[in-house]
Design a protein around this ligand. Structure first.
Ligand SMILES: Nc1nc2c(ncn2[C@@H]2O[C@H](COP(=O)(O)OP(=O)(O)OP(=O)(O)O)[C@@H](O)[C@H]2O)c(=O)[nH]1
Ligand SMILES: [Mg+2]
Ligand SMILES: [Zn+2]
Length: 305
């Protein structure tokens, strides 16, 4: 059966010039709900590319071959870059407590980069079976001070995964991000019935992940909530305007917004003591300083180029 009616779809996967698109209203097509699509040739999307997470209109649905054509792109709420995903409502930064080892500076960079997207950010600590309860409490305490109630996951405690699933179902479109080998795909396999995506042990010698997941892919958790698995990657240089950096740190944001501290200069970067009223005795201040310094040198580098 072929139909020419417009249907709203969601891009779940992208490869070369093809897109996998799920129908948003599934009632009309009982069996085939996912279509392999190309973009209609005559359409000019003003040079916009289409990404996983985008809402699109599809036409010419062929239920025999499960093919269709994308005829327009809906306005998107936001676009994450590296990896490119559209319309994200929540970012879950995933880090393992061991294998690979927890690297605080890296956790911080992931968090700040996520915060710069302006969506809700959560921190997940995986592989908690590999450390003692005492160490877990220590880490939870640390991240509370950073401004995050970390979620802890443990292979051997299925409840921890079910709690996360319940939370994800309250959200719209969440994304799992973090280094390779921390267990992003493992979590998905635990919470989505029937899903058996490839996972791989971290390498023995250097305890690094093997970049098992190669593509960005979106999975449906319910009719309203989705989750995106991404390939693991290590953070590259942060691409955030230096003026926005202070407020991406919850410890600073809290002092400025809730406690109303004011510095002498309105755009104070809280680096020098002269006229600065920020209380700098919080753990991440050293990371903050480093970030400002390297952003500054990038900024001046770009001016020279
Ligand atoms: N001990 C322990 N191992 C875990 C846990 N969760 C995942 N692993 C193991 O960690 C390894 C890596 O897991 P993956 O799910 O492939 O990691 P990933 O984050 O998807 O990695 P990339 O796709 O490479 O980005 C696998 O061997 C998992 O079995 C856990 O809670 N405890
Ligand atoms: Mg993976
Ligand atoms: Zn200041």
């Amino acid at each position: 059966m072929k139909t020419d009616i417009n249907h709203l779809g969601l891009v779940t996967k992208k490869f070369n010039e093809f897109f996998l698109v799920d129908l948003k209203n599934k009632e009309n097509f009982r069996n085939s709900q996912r279509f392999l699509c190309k973009v209609k040739k005559s359409i000019n999307f003003k040079d916009q590319l289409i990404y996983v997470g985008d809402e699109v209109v599809i036409q010419h649905i062929d239920t025999r071959t499960n093919r269709a054509v994308i005829t327009s792109l809906k306005k998107r709420k936001n676009l994450l870059i590296r990896p490119s995903v559209a319309n994200i409502s929540n970012i879950y930064i995933m880090c393992s407590v061991e294998e690979p080892k927890l690297n605080l500076s890296q956790v911080n960079r992931f968090l700040i980069s996520a915060e710069s997207m302006g969506v809700e950010v959560s921190l997940v600590l995986t592989k908690c079976d590999l450390i003692s309860d005492k160490r877990i409490s220590f880490l939870l305490d640390k991240f509370t001070k950073w401004g995050y109630q970390a979620i802890t996951l443990n292979f051997h405690k299925p409840d921890s995964f079910q709690n996360l699933l319940a939370e994800l179902k309250q959200k719209n479109c969440s994304i799992f991000m973090g280094p390779s080998g921390v267990g992003k795909t493992t979590v998905l396999n635990m919470i989505i019935p029937g899903l058996k995506n490839n996972t791989a042990p971290v390498s023995n010698k250097i305890k690094r992940g093997k970049n098992t997941t190669r593509n960005v892919e979106l999975f449906s958790l319910s009719s309203k909530s989705y989750i995106v698995d991404t390939p693991g990657f290590n953070m590259q240089t942060l691409n955030v305007d230096i003026r926005f950096l202070p407020n991406l740190y919850k410890e600073i944001y809290k002092q400025v917004m809730d406690e109303g501290i004011r510095c002498k200069f309105r755009n104070c970067l809280h680096m020098n003591d002269e006229g600065c009223n920020l209380n700098k005795s919080f753990e991440r201040y050293s990371f903050y300083k480093e970030m400002i310094e390297s952003s500054r040198s990038h900024y001046y580098q770009n001016l020279e180029d």
